[in-house]
Write a protein that binds this ligand. Structure first.
Ligand SMILES: *[C@@H]1O[C@H](CO)[C@@H](O)[C@H](O)[C@H]1NC(C)=O
Ligand SMILES: *[C@@H]1O[C@H](CO)[C@@H](O)[C@H](O)[C@H]1NC(C)=O
Ligand SMILES: *[C@@H]1O[C@H](CO)[C@@H](O)[C@H](O)[C@H]1NC(C)=O
Length: 783
């Protein structure tokens, strides 16, 4: 009937129990303490018991319903309703036997509530009222203990004391804890001894071995068994794995792998770069392996530094001061390493530090030459002669081989090739004349190159200062133009002048002003040196007459106080003007406005030359004209006459000089001609000049003309801006109506030798002088 021994046992229990229940039912109370009366209706049970997990092949018998009214004649029909009726539980209608159709599991459903009826099969009359009863499923130990987790994960510090709690494991059993030992669990350790132990009651795992070392074994797999039936034989069991990791404590000091480290470093190593990396080992991990390196001894103090690379825990040796192979070739450092976080618990194990020696060998590098100084300043007087040596630079190869050095000038810094350098000895020469006033500094760059290795180059800045020599004369600060009133009084100031000098004497300028010596005899102005680098120009007499002399040129000598003394004569142009009583200028001689004062002697000469050339062109032109056409320069005498009349000229005869007026000198023909020749005569050179009216004629004789000519001559002598041919043309016209026809040299060359040179002979010397001055007329006329 039962093949499984447990089931057999359970069934045995069941029958014992059944017996017990019968006794209980017969003699005492029910569970509620209410005395059970024997029912008249005669239900045998109101409670059935059924063993769970029945494994038999036929249906498990539960119990039998029986009514007192059942006479066994088959007239009673038993009906079962409620939980599982008809499916789980079946009843034999006639006998009232109840069977379980399936095997049942208490852990699934512990009891079923059912209802039973007994009815008369033929009358359908209820023999018994419907009655409730319970089928209880009886527990057997069919569930093994189960751990709440699998696996468990736990950590315990290495080197923990014995009995240190690690983790508590728990197993539960689904069987009925209120009945028997089916759910009573006992823990035991299957794997993991002797390191760990488990409390059989609580499941608390503890360390069982002292001094467990993570560095020896870090992970442990512990298997714990839970067994029900209080651990007795036949109990069911479950297991779990507990994965235990030892956590690190700082129980290991750092240790250098070597006692001596060797590094080779080129001397050109840049400051701040690493020259070597050392590493100490520490069996611990993470923070317990953090290290701190220190230099505790060095024969080059301050040369090196060591720091810890936080990610690798390496000691990085860094260069702090420049290396020089030529000075020191090897350094020796004593390095100590410490753990950053130490635990005093392990101090007994010895010092938590280590030491090592680091040797650093400096390697030679071919270095560029080194100048003795970082820059050079040289001074040279601006008047120094070419090829003067102004100083020298010096560089040498710092390397052991001591390569010779070649010098050169960086031409980009000396574009004009002002300087040269002796390639062998570094002497700097000047190649050109210097001018401080042009450039006071020449800042050049000198290159030193190693003879053996031309790629080894250094440069040095050389600042060459040009020292001042007094090589410039002071001049007027500006072009002064001033005037003097006709009614001026003596010793009146008409101008204050100052001077400039491009030289820069050390103590500043000191200028001296004086009137030029040659003018001081019959000077009309005086110069007063104010001794503050200015001077006053003063009048020397009482009145000035613009008619007498319209412009004065006052030569002022300015000299500096330096050595060698430099001086210059500067001309101050003073116009004579009419003024009101307050001395305000009213009317000035226009001539002075032409800016003549501004013209230098050179410009005057240039203008004069131009005039001469122009004159020659005119002469040439006239000669050509004469060849082409025998017509005189002035075509119509009537025209001229008209002009003369219109200018109020009384006569035109050769003796008529009475009405000689400046206006009559203006020949319209000549003006026409000058207009035609505009392209030849640059307008700017000869701006229209207004001349003052000549003084009124004193008498009618030739003296007037002489005076006039004198004045013109004088003016022309001193005024190159006045076109000279203009005056000559005037004479040509004047002579038109006379016997002489023309006095002009131009006209005279147009006519053959039958001229009467009356006037010419009379004025001869002066006219000749005029002609000579403008060149070549005499020869032309002579031809
Ligand atoms: C360098 O050599 C040049 C030419 O031989 C000579 O004039 C100069 O004095 C030398 N300079 C030095 C510093 O010796
Ligand atoms: C050259 O150097 C001097 C001194 O440093 C400086 O005063 C001067 O301005 C510089 N001149 C030029 C042209 O760079
Ligand atoms: C001073 O003025 C007079 C007449 O005005 C003149 O003759 C003389 O040449 C002048 N002196 C100088 C130095 O210009």
């Amino acid at each position: 009937m039962c093949h499984h021994p447990k089931t057999i046992c359970a069934n045995e229990y069941f029958f014992l129990e059944l017996l017990f229940m019968i006794l209980l039912w017969l003699f005492s109370n029910d569970a509620n303490g209410v005395p059970l009366r024997r029912s008249k209706r005669g239900w045998m049970w109101n409670q059935f018991f059924l063993l769970e997990e029945y494994t038999g092949t036929d249906m498990q018998y539960v119990g039998k319903l029986h009514s007192d009214g059942d006479r066994g004649d088959g007239s009673v029909r038993y009906v079962l309703t409620g939980e599982g009726a008809g499916t789980l539980f079946k009843i034999d209608e006639k006998s009232g036997d109840i069977h379980a159709t399936k095997r049942l599991d208490r852990e699934e459903k512990a009891y079923y509530i059912l209802h039973a009826k007994a009815i008369n099969r033929f009358t359908n009359e209820a023999l018994e009222g419907e009655s409730e009863f319970i089928i209880k499923i009886h527990d057997i130990n069919d569930n093994e203990p189960r751990f709440t987790k699998d696996p468990y994960i736990a950590t315990v510090p290495e080197m923990s004391e014995i009995g240190t709690s690690v983790i508590q494991v728990t197993a539960t059993d689904a069987d009925d804890a209120t009945y028997g030992n089916s759910a009573r669990v006992v823990y035991s350790i299957l794997e993991g001894q002797p390191y760990f132990s488990v409390d059989p009651e609580t499941g608390l795992i503890k360390t069982a071995l002292p001094g467990m070392d993570r560095e020896v074994k870090e992970h442990y797999q512990v298997v714990i068994q839970a067994k029900d039936m209080a651990g007795q034989m036949g109990g069911l069991s479950g297991t779990t794995t507990v994965s235990i990791t030892l956590s690190d404590v700082n129980d290991n000091p750092p240790r250098f792998t070597k006692s001596l480290y060797d590094f080779k470093v080129p001397e050109s190593t840049e400051l701040g770069s690493a020259v070597g990396v050392i590493r100490a080992n520490d069996a611990d991990i993470n923070a317990n392996a953090e290290m701190d390196y220190r230099i505790i001894g060095s024969d080059g103090p301050g040369m090196f530094d060591i720091s810890t690379n936080k990610s690798t825990q390496e000691g990085v040796i860094v260069l702090r001061k420049p290396l020089d192979f030529e000075r020191k070739r090897q350094y020796s450092l004593r390095i100590q390493v410490d753990n950053v976080h130490v635990s005093p618990r392990f101090f007994s194990m010895g010092p938590f530090r280590d030491e090592a020696t680091v040797k650093i060998q400096v390697e030679d590098v071919d270095e560029p030459p080194v100048f003795e100084r970082s820059s050079y300043v040289m001074e040279v007087k601006e008047d120094a002669a070419r090829n003067t040596a102004i100083g020298s630079v010096s560089a040498s190869d710092p390397d052991g081989v001591r390569s010779p050095v070649r010098y050169s000038i960086d031409r980009r810094t000396d574009m004009d090739r002002v300087f040269n350098i002796h390639a062998g000895n570094g002497s700097v020469f000047i190649l050109r004349q210097l001018d401080r006033e042009e450039s006071a500094w020449h800042n050049i760059s000198i290159i030193a190159t190693e003879f053996n290795n031309p790629r080894q180059i250094s440069r040095v800045p050389v600042y060459i200062r040009v020292l001042d020599i007094n090589d410039n004369a002071p001049t007027f600060a500006t072009n002064y133009e001033t005037f003097v009133c006709e009614n001026a009084k003596a010793n009146q100031r008409i101008q204050t002048v100052s001077a400039t000098d491009p030289d820069e004497p050390v103590g500043g300028h000191r200028f001296f002003f004086s009137l030029a010596h040659e003018a001081s005899g019959k000077a009309n102005f005086s110069v007063r040196d104010n001794k503050d680098n200015t001077a006053w120009i003063l009048t020397r007499r009482n009145s000035y007459n613009s008619l007498q002399k319209s412009t004065y040129l006052v030569p002022v000598v300015i000299s500096d106080g330096e050595f060698p003394m430099q001086s210059s004569t500067n001309t101050l142009t003073v116009r004579v003007c009419t003024c009101d009583r307050e001395g305000n200028m009213k009317l000035c001689n226009a001539e002075a406005l032409t800016g003549r004062a501004g013209l230098s002697t050179g410009a005057l000469v240039a203008i004069l030359l131009c005039v001469i050339i122009l004159l020659m062109i005119v002469v040439l032109f006239a000669a050509l004209r004469r060849q082409r056409k025998k017509e005189p320069l002035i075509i119509s005498k009537e025209d001229v006459r008209d002009n003369v009349v219109s200018y109020n000229d009384e006569g035109g005869g050769e003796e008529d000089t009475q009405a000689f007026d400046i206006g009559t000198l203006r020949n319209p023909e000549a003006i026409e001609e000058s207009k035609q020749r505009r392209d030849i005569v640059p307008e700017t050179f000869y701006p229209p000049v207004r001349r003052p009216a000549p003084p009124p004629a004193r008498d009618n004789n030739n003296g007037d003309v002489r005076d006039f000519i004198n004045q013109r001559l004088q003016e022309n002598d001193s005024d190159p801006t006045a076109p000279p041919y203009d005056s000559l043309a005037t004479y040509a016209y004047e002579g038109n109506g006379s016997v002489a026809e023309s006095l002009s040299s131009l006209e005279s060359v147009t006519t053959e030798g039958d001229q009467d040179y009356n006037y010419l002979s009379e004025w001869g010397p002066r006219f000749k002088k005029l002609a000579d001055m403008y060149g070549g007329d005499d020869s032309d006329r002579d031809s």
